[in-house]
Design a protein around this ligand. Structure first.
Ligand code: GLY
Length: 371
């Protein structure tokens, strides 16, 4: 694993120089690669993924000390900084914590702290106290007040701010959101629905649906990963045992699922009846690996080694030619074979910026905790 991790970071450093030089408009962050046009695709700053690119550069810089990455890190942080005031959806945690959160710890630049504080204020504006939960997306023809399992990830921003001198109310909101999610998003086997739709006046559940998964009743792979990561992270901050228990149950569901392939990289949805003839989701594999490594920190004995061994297999798979791109190919992204939103035929079996993010994060976690 030591060699695999070192090799991956050397590769990532070289490979990301292709991405840096991909020629995207300066106000866009790289998202994926279109194999037909041979072009990197990007999004402007309010897309939920725009914090991952600076986050990836920061992780690579931390591990390689390659100072040639610094101008691009500073430039892209500046591009997304106005998101601190964005209140159009719940994704502030993804956008601001994966970027500025890492900038604070890796660049040791405390001036970024006030940006996270403002981001927490913006995110909290979407808290609906009668549910109680943070509203993910705005009202639409499909949903009244949708809350998606992904939203667990945004709680890290709120918890961090409260624990670093910010208002305690942010942690209280995170706690209430996690409790509501635990109550309404999970089935008896600890798989999760993607979307729970609420009445904001009294918290009545109006519907339980999917958006990016195979069916309302299915287990969308990345959603299972968001839940696992989210409850493990909530245990880190709160030390509340019920969150640890929830994370263990989710891990059990994922790791014992008969549809989890031998290389441990999930198909895009555990319930797609066409498995094995459906796309994988490397982003789910990377995310689950990272979460399992943290769960390993809070468990012991056989249980711990089961989490770590599974994460190790995931990282070995992702590092193999089956998933990891060749230098100079794949638009400069590290991983192939992720799936964004298959029901919309969007980003199917392609590189995705956040697959790279959780892959790099998992490698760092392994190095810091298990080598
Ligand atoms: N948060 C959106 C997704 O996982 O695709």
């Amino acid at each position: 694993m030591r060699k695999l991790i070192a090799d991956n970071f050397a590769f990532a450093d070289s490979q990301y120089h292709y991405l840096i030089n991909a020629g995207l408009p300066l106000d866009e962050m790289p998202q994926s690669f279109n194999y037909t046009t041979n072009k990197v695709t990007g999004y402007e700053r309010t897309w939920w993924c725009t914090g991952f690119y600076p986050g990836n550069l920061l992780y690579i810089y931390q591990q390689t000390k390659d100072e040639s990455l610094l101008p691009e890190i500073r430039r892209t942080l500046k591009v997304i900084q106005p998101n601190e005031n964005y209140t159009g959806n719940h994704d502030l945690g993804f956008m601001m914590f994966c970027s500025f959160g890492n900038a604070i710890s890796i660049l040791k630049d405390a001036s970024y702290k006030k940006i996270l504080f403002q981001s927490a204020t913006s995110l909290s504006s979407r808290f609906r106290p009668h549910i109680p939960a943070i509203q993910s997306w705005n009202k639409s023809k499909n949903f009244n007040c949708p809350v998606i399992i992904d939203n667990m990830m945004n709680l890290e921003l709120l918890e961090w701010v409260s624990q670093h001198g910010g208002d305690r109310k942010f942690a209280e909101i995170a706690l209430q959101h996690a409790n509501t999610t635990m109550k309404n998003h999970f089935r008896s086997n600890y798989s999760s629905f993607h979307v729970v739709d609420y009445d904001t006046s009294n918290g009545t559940v109006l519907q339980k649906k999917t958006w990016q998964g195979y069916a309302d009743s299915s287990s969308w792979a990345r959603g299972q990963g968001w839940g696992l990561y989210g409850f493990t992270m909530m245990y880190r901050f709160t030390k509340n045992k019920k969150f640890l228990e929830q994370a263990r149950h989710i891990a059990h569901y994922i790791l014992n699922n008969p549809k989890l392939p031998i290389d441990k990289i999930p198909y895009w949805d555990f319930s797609d009846p066409k498995i094995p003839n459906v796309p994988r989701d490397a982003s789910a594999g990377a995310l689950i690996a990272s979460a399992l490594l943290e769960l390993g920190q809070y468990t012991s004995g056989k249980e711990k080694s089961n989490y770590v061994t599974n994460a190790e297999i995931m990282l070995q798979s992702l590092s193999s030619p089956g998933y990891r791109s060749k230098l100079g190919s794949n638009g400069g992204f590290l991983l192939m074979h992720s799936t964004g939103a298959l029901p919309f035929n969007s980003e199917v079996d392609v590189p995705l910026i956040y697959a790279d993010y959780y892959f790099l994060e998992a490698l760092i976690r392994y190095k810091n905790w298990y080598l």
